[in-house]
Design a protein around this ligand. Structure first.
Ligand SMILES: NC(=O)c1ccc[n+]([C@@H]2O[C@H](COP(=O)([O-])OP(=O)(O)OC[C@H]3O[C@@H](n4cnc5c(N)ncnc54)[C@H](OP(=O)(O)O)[C@@H]3O)[C@@H](O)[C@H]2O)c1
Length: 255
């Protein structure tokens, strides 16, 4: 293993489990050491850190509840103290609470915004203030192309994060590049049934579920292409553009 002082490092939020873990492993394969943020998944964070070390990376689990915004500068300080060559921030942690607009109360909206929008904004702010140059990838969601979704507060938080990504790309240029990555159906919640998944995949132009490596491929592109900023890269088999409206040729009176 190269000495930590010589290796670039990345802070990945929500990296103990699921997709955040995959992003951390992909960055390790790209030669990064990992500041591995987690909140409640302490055991999984240790397991993922051990896996990262077997791949030749140094890894340090760092606990933080991202809804405690006053703690976020401290999280960045801990990451930088451990990995002075920190140059990548991946905001992957998120809350995902069901409810359409009619059933969503203000406290749910605030809770979703706190983790999914305000925390990435604050982490981008302290990151940009702490490093000479770097790159941020905000993990969004292909559903930002939709206006109807049964996770209304979540969707609003992700739509806002997409806008914050573009705004940050302008404000923090030229030192910091900021891009978004919007996954489609890749790692559904374990509660989703096989029937639900079949129905969902049938609505995807490419007719299949994505794999974590599809997202990691996109992450690699965003991290390594240093002429790309302010972009939201959607990796979803085309699902996000598959909204069928009504067309004039189908209007009976127009025939
Ligand atoms: N899975 C998919 O197919 C899919 C599709 C579209 C978009 N996405 C997006 O991709 C990203 C990763 O997806 P995922 O399914 O892996 O996410 P997830 O399992 O729903 O959540 C990822 C992590 O977020 C962390 N988190 C939640 N609340 C937190 C808080 N208050 N403070 C700190 N951390 C908190 C949790 O960490 P702890 O476990 O340590 O508490 C959790 O492990 C998310 O941004 C998601 O919106 C995923």
């Amino acid at each position: 293993m190269t000495d930590t002082a010589d290796r670039p490092a990345a802070l990945v939020t929500g990296a103990a489990t699921r997709l955040g873990r995959e992003f951390a492993l992909a960055l390790a394969d790209m030669g990064y050491d990992i500041a591995l943020h987690y909140n409640s998944s302490a055991t999984e964070a240790e397991t993922t850190a051990a896996e990262l070390r077997t791949r030749g990376s140094d890894a340090e689990p760092l606990q933080c509840d991202l809804s405690r915004h006053q703690d976020l500068p401290g999280l960045m300080e801990r990451a930088l103290a451990r990995f002075p060559r920190l140059g990548v921030l991946v905001n992957s942690a998120s809350r995902y609470v069901a409810g359409n607009l009619a059933s969503t109360r203000p406290e749910t909206v605030y809770a979703q915004l706190a983790v999914n929008l305000v925390a990435p904004m604050e982490l981008m702010r302290v990151f940009a203030a702490s490093v000479d140059a770097g790159c941020v990838v905000n993990i969004i969601d292909n559903k930002v192309a939709y206006a109807q979704y049964d996770y209304a507060a979540y969707l609003l938080s992700k739509k806002s994060l997409a806008e914050a990504t573009r705004m940050a790309a302008l404000e923090y240029a030229p030192r910091i590049r900021v891009n978004g990555l919007s996954p489609g159906v890749v790692m559904p919640m374990s509660s989703r049934t096989a029937d639900y998944l079949r129905w969902r995949l049938d609505g995807i132009p490419l007719k299949r579920q994505g794999k974590p490596e599809h997202l990691c491929h996109a992450l690699r592109y965003l991290v390594e292409n240093d002429f790309v900023t302010g972009q939201i890269l959607t990796v979803d088999g085309g699902e996000g553009m598959f909204q069928v409206g009504r067309h004039s040729e189908n209007y009976p009176a127009a025939r």
